[in-house]
Every structure is written in C-alpha cells, then in structure tokens.
Design a protein around this ligand. Sequence first.
Ligand code: ADP
Ligand code: MG
Length: 249
Amino acid sequence: MAFDPPIEPLIELRGVNKHYGDLHVLQDINLTVSRGEVVVVIGPSGSGKSTLCRAINRLESVESGAIHLEGRPLPEEGKALAGLRAEVGMVFQSFNLFAHKTVLQNVSLAQIKVRRRKREDADRRSRELLERVGLAAHADKYPAQLSGGQQQRVAIARALAMEPTVLLFDEPTSALDPEMINEVLEVMRQLVDEGMTMVVVTHEMGFARSAANRVVFMADGKIVEDRPPEEFFTDPHSERARDFLSKIL
Ligand code: ADP
Ligand code: MG
C-alpha cells in the first residue's frame, strides 16, 4: 500500500496570544499554511489581521503559543531575524519603498545587504523581476515618479528578489485608485499560478473567490471561520461573517 507523504506545514501557529494593553488582539490563534497554499484573510477593521501578518515575520512579538516556519520556531533576533524577513516576504498597503532610491536600487538593496549578492548580480535579478511585473522601463525612476499601482508592483518585485518561501500581503490594493487595483491583482494571480505560498489580507472578494484555497475570517482577535472560499461565500456559518459579507458584497 502506498502512503502519501505527510504535507509539511510551511507556517504553523498554535495557541498564539497577544495583547496591546487591555486589548486581546490575537486570541488563541491556530493556523496552518501548507506549501503552495493561498490563504486569504478577511474581517472587519481592527480584528487583528495586520497583527497576525506581522507576527508571522516577527515584526510583532507574541506572548504565548508557538509560530513555526518549516518546522522550526521563528528566530528571536540578530542575523537569523533578517534571514526570516527575507524568507517571509511582506507587501504592505503603503508600499514602503525607499523614496530616495531608484526603483532598481529599491529591488537590489536587500539582495546585497541580506543575501550578500554582488551588485551586478543583484541588479541583473532586479531587472528580470521588474520585467516580470511590467516595469522594465522604469528601473531608473524614483518611487514618486510612479503611480501607486506601479509602486506596489515594485514592492512585490523587491519581496520576490529575496526568493521568499512565503509572501504576506497586508491589504496590498487598499491604498490604490480603482483603476490600478487590477494591475496589482494580476501580478498576484501570476504568483498564485506559479505556486507561491501566500497569505493575503484583502477586501478584494473576487480575488478571494478565484485564487484562495482557504478563506480565514477574523473578528475580535479570533479566527471565526477557516474554510474553502466556495463554502465560505455561499454558506458562512457565523453571524459575524454573514454580517460582514452583507456589508461588503
Ligand atoms: P486589522 O488589520 O484587522 O484592522 P490590526 O491588527 O491592525 O487590525 O489591529 C487590531 C487592533 O489592535 C486594533 O484595535 C488596533 O487599534 C490595535 N492595535 C494595532 N496595533 C497597535 C499598537 N501598536 N498599539 C496598540 N494597539 C494597536
Ligand atoms: Mg490591517
């Protein structure tokens, strides 16, 4: 009899808790993300979605529980932490590009500093990635010369340049004008097709329906539902989810 090999969880959170003062922002969070999975996290503002993302690459510490990446606990500090941030790429709502560096420099910088690549190797890879996100012609511009959608695609190229194991997106299209949302979602869909493991906080329900393997619905610091999108959107179990969906759909 043949056995399927166990699917190793890429990210695993077990019993994770965090407070901000009296606010219990992450309440006993259990979440597993397998290699190649796309998990979309949705929920009302203030429910802890960003804190959850930030905990996964240790931009925030947690008080109890365990977070494992590829079976190992997240590193606490030092060089290993910089390595973790490269391994777990993050794309923010606000792009967070370096304003005084060119597009090319933005994509190359961490490759040189963290991955210890030579500048010419880093730049070569950066140009390939800029080509991939449709920005080859903009390599020598500064972020302020680009549209929001273009800046966000630079941020995605920058995260990809580190050859991450997983990419976290925290509302990547929320700061964009409507006509620019699709160009960013298109790049994200391309990554999905390539098998990238992704955790995506978004209000783009079309993306959630078509690209996610699972939808995680959060409210008040808890994971309330964690189900395939076709089930979640047609038959949400919780009152909180029904209420949320009625407001945004
Ligand atoms: P979401 O991303 O779902 O909107 P967040 O994770 O950003 O939620 O925030 C969850 C709650 O924690 C909110 O009530 C927010 O005001 C609070 N919060 C977030 N960051 C901090 C912080 N650094 N200090 C104090 N409270 C915070
Ligand atoms: Mg948020």
